[in-house]
Design a protein around this ligand. Structure first.
Ligand SMILES: CC(C)(COP(=O)(O)OP(=O)(O)OC[C@H]1O[C@@H](n2cnc3c(N)ncnc32)[C@H](O)[C@@H]1OP(=O)(O)O)[C@@H](O)C(=O)NCCC(=O)NCCS
Length: 177
C-alpha cells in the first residue's frame, strides 16, 4: 500500500507538448485495441482546439486526457480519450489527472465539458447526466454527462451538440441517423 502511495506522490501532471505525441499514441495503442488508438493524435493535429494533459512518473507518460472543442454551447469541450496504463490504475492517478485538466480548462475560460462515460467515475468531478440533457446528440442517455465550469453555463441553452468528425469515423461516438 505504501508503495502505491509513493507512486501516486511521485506522479506529476502537466499539459502535453508535441514531443509527447509518440508516447500518447503508444499508451493509447496499449489501452485501446482498435482504431480509437489514433484518436488523440488525430484531434491534436486537427482543426479543433484541444487541451491535452499527461500524468508522468519517473519520466514515463503513464496517463493521458484530452479535451476538444465541440460545436454547440459557447466554449464547450468534450472529454475523451482519457486513459491510465493498466499497471498504474487504482492509485488515484486518473482522478488527479482529470482534476488537473478541468482546472486548466477553467483557467483557459472554457465554460462546460461533456463526456460519454461511466457515471460512477465521472460523478466525483461533478459531471451529471441531467446537466447534459440540454444537448441533442446520438450519445444522449444516462452515460452522457456534463459539467459546468462556469456557473449556469448551460442554463437556458439547448440544441444540437456535435463532436469532431474523428469521433464518428473511429466509432467512438454513435453516428447520427
Ligand atoms: C477509467 C480510468 C482512466 C481510471 O483511472 P485510475 O487511475 O485507475 O482511476 P483512479 O485510481 O483515480 O480512480 C479509481 C476509481 O475509479 C473507479 N473506476 C475505475 N474505472 C472505472 C470504470 N470504468 N467505471 C467506473 N468506475 C471506474 C474505481 O472503481 C475507483 O473507485 P473508488 O475511487 O471509489 O475506489 C482507467 O481505469 C482507464 O484507463 N480505463 C480504460 C480507459 C477508460 O475506460 N477510460 C475512460 C473513458 S472516458
Amino acid at each position: 500500500m505504501s508503495d502505491r502511495n509513493g507512486i501516486a506522490a511521485r506522479t506529476s501532471y502537466r499539459e502535453s507538448g508535441p514531443a509527447d505525441l509518440a508516447a500518447i499514441q503508444a499508451l493509447e495503442s496499449i489501452v485501446y485495441a482498435n482504431a480509437a488508438a489514433g484518436l488523440s493524435a488525430g484531434l491534436i493535429n486537427g482543426q479543433d482546439e484541444t487541451l491535452s494533459c499527461v500524468a508522468e512518473l519517473d519520466g514515463q507518460i503513464i496517463g493521458h486526457i484530452l479535451m476538444v472543442e465541440v460545436t454547440g454551447p459557447d466554449r464547450a469541450l468534450a472529454l475523451a480519450p482519457h486513459a491510465i496504463l493498466p499497471a498504474w490504475r487504482d492509485m488515484q492517478i486518473g482522478t488527479e489527472l482529470v482534476r488537473f485538466a478541468l482546472d486548466l480548462a477553467r483557467r483557459r475560460d472554457w465554460h462546460s465539458v461533456f463526456v460519454f462515460g461511466q457515471p460512477d467515475y465521472f460523478c466525483r468531478f461533478g459531471f451529471r447526466s441531467d446537466t447534459a440533457d440540454c444537448a441533442e446528440t446520438p450519445a444522449q442517455g444516462s452515460r452522457f454527462l456534463a459539467l459546468e465550469l462556469r456557473q449556469a453555463a448551460l442554463a437556458g441553452w439547448s440544441g444540437r451538440l456535435d463532436y469532431p468528425q474523428a469521433f464518428v469515423e473511429l466509432a467512438v461516438m454513435p453516428r447520427r441517423q
